[in-house]
Write a protein that binds this ligand. Sequence first.
Ligand SMILES: Nc1ncnc2c1ncn2[C@@H]1O[C@H](COP(=O)(O)OP(=O)(O)OP(=O)(O)O)[C@@H](O)[C@H]1O
Ligand SMILES: Cc1ncsc1CCO
Length: 525
Amino acid sequence: MAASGPKLDLTLYLVTDSGMVSESKTLVQTIDEAIQGGVTIVQLREKTAETGDFISLAHKVLQVTRRAGVPLLINDRIDVALAVDADGVHIGQDDMPLADARRILGPDKIIGVTVQSSEEAEAAVRGGANYVGIGTCYATPTKQVKVEPQGPSGIRGVWEHVLKVPSPTHPIRAVTIGGINAYNAVHVLDSTRTQGNNIALDGLAVVSAIMAAEDPRSAAQKMRAQIRFAMESSWLVRPRVNLASTQELQAVRRAAADVFAQTKSESLTPLVQHITNIVVVNDCANACLAMGGSPIMATEAEEQRDLAPAISSLVINVGTLGKQQVAGMRAAMQQARLHNTPIVLDPVAAGATKYRAQVIAELLRDFGAHVIKGNAGEIAALAGLTEVRSRGVDSVGSGFSDPAAVVAEYSRRQRCVVVMTGAIDYLSDGRSTFAIRNGHPLQATITGSGCMAGTALATFIHSMAHVDPLIGALTGIAAINLAAEHAARRNDVKGPGTFRAAFIDEMYNLSSEQLYDEMVLERLA
Ligand SMILES: Nc1ncnc2c1ncn2[C@@H]1O[C@H](COP(=O)(O)OP(=O)(O)OP(=O)(O)O)[C@@H](O)[C@H]1O
Ligand SMILES: Cc1ncsc1CCO
């Protein structure tokens, strides 16, 4: 690492593109404002500039970066880096080989390498790169992408490999690049954390999210705030209810009963935004009200930005998909990510059609979710497992031979809570796995009981900051299932029709004491 130069901090890495700069600013002004907003390292990328022009621009940029104590790297052009005594270079796979670059620049300059695969990453680490830029996360108009975007899960695969390669001189660091912005920053950082020990990337590299902004300073500030949230407050690394205690199950039941009581109290009425299917929309709105929430079913893309600051959680249910509805989902999920609002994804009939499977895969790649809830057939389709099949919206057969392993494994893969419903419900956040043995067969006789379970999850997971998503999920499933048990016991319930009405009544009547006492909870892992 640059022994004499500025400290290598990859938190918010700006890659310049002079073609994007707003007409009212120069490139140097844009970089200056971006640094004021929190950019921690700059790479000057000028693919077409003449050598003399590149050098004179680099001199000007260097004045700004030096003043701020931020390293300046030159893309590709080692001659330019040497001419201005920049802090280092960033090279791609088609540029000068790493060994030559290191020999020319010496041990103290920063050298970063773009890598698209584990093999390229391994070569860069072994060759003594200071960091790797793992691409391409998302498709972007800023660069002709030679390789298919890999999405956060592909990036994570390369990152996990990078960490296993011994580095000859210094600990390797990594960022990812490609279509990163303030909407997806937290999702990208959360879902690229290593599966075993949650190690995060060192930062994110951005181009257009800052370079093309009218106000690069505030764009950089927004990015920094999102990155800080993901690095410091990610629920994936937050301590939570002490599950190691001998009183563990009581502690979990108590935590669930507390979330239930808070949600039902009049001082807190979570606003639960749904984009759900047309079959169940009214039942879900009533279920949400009965459990202490306030439902809103706003489906247009245009209204998501106005709604976003006020909503407590978001249900995305793909039961009846229209193109316009998908646009609404994308806009809502983007806003939810910006506001760190919990997202519950209900992948209804995930395996029934290719279109549905593709929409769900794209939503998960681009926005992820905090909770995915499905029946066994839906989870099987998402996880690519063939042990359980479905028919339309229903799961067929008796389920998985090892359901706890399935939810735990899929949860670790998706970096979210996974809830698999059925006669027994299985819930996992990848660290702990539980079963809830409540509920009644009458639930399976009405349409939308799974969708209402999704509503319940969102109603109780109303804040990422204040509700542990696993505890919120346990609360939601327990609440809905106990309401079903209570309804089924009523003399006036004669079958699905009367059950449906009584079910909503009993969601409304359920108390936190009943939830604590009657929840049948089992810890599986
Ligand atoms: N036989 C059963 N016994 C107890 N509870 C059940 C039973 N069947 C379903 N449930 C409960 O019903 C809820 C919905 O689960 P289910 O797996 O039926 O959803 P789903 O298939 O997605 O439903 P839908 O497609 O109708 O919305 C869960 O809370 C689950 O615990
Ligand atoms: C029956 C049905 N079809 C699409 S969504 C839905 C509601 C239950 O999932």
